[in-house]
Design a protein. Structure first.
Length: 110
């Protein structure tokens, strides 16, 4: 079962003065109420890799385009009122629908 983001992660992401791409990703996921386990699947990485990015870890160039597209789509759907997800089920269904047609780039790890 997916869990909410830790208070420590939320504080570090929302308090970052100059967030990197991984922290920007974390911020939109937190604000959109999208659990890491589902986001990781959409981005084609493990949950551990995703959390490494959230904490400022290195992101391979091959993943950056997909992450930027993902962030743009989440921002757009937040402006439209589609997000934040109200339940984990809503989040899972939203991310499942996002999948291939809306978010089509590479699927390699890391």
């Amino acid at each position: 079962m997916p869990t909410k983001y830790s208070t420590d992660l939320v504080e570090s992401v929302l308090g970052a003065e100059k967030p990197g791409l991984g922290q920007e990703l974390a911020k939109v996921c937190i604000e959109a109420n999208l659990p890491a386990v589902y986001v990781a699947k959409v981005l084609g990485v493990t949950r551990m890799t995703l959390h490494t990015w959230f904490r400022g870890g290195n992101i391979r160039q091959a993943k950056k385009e997909r992450i930027n597209l993902f962030i743009d789509l989440i921002d757009e759907d937040t402006r439209k009122g589609v997000l934040p997800a109200k339940t984990f089920k809503d989040a899972k269904e939203y991310l499942k629908a996002m999948g291939t047609p809306r978010l089509s780039t590479d699927t390699q790890e890391g």
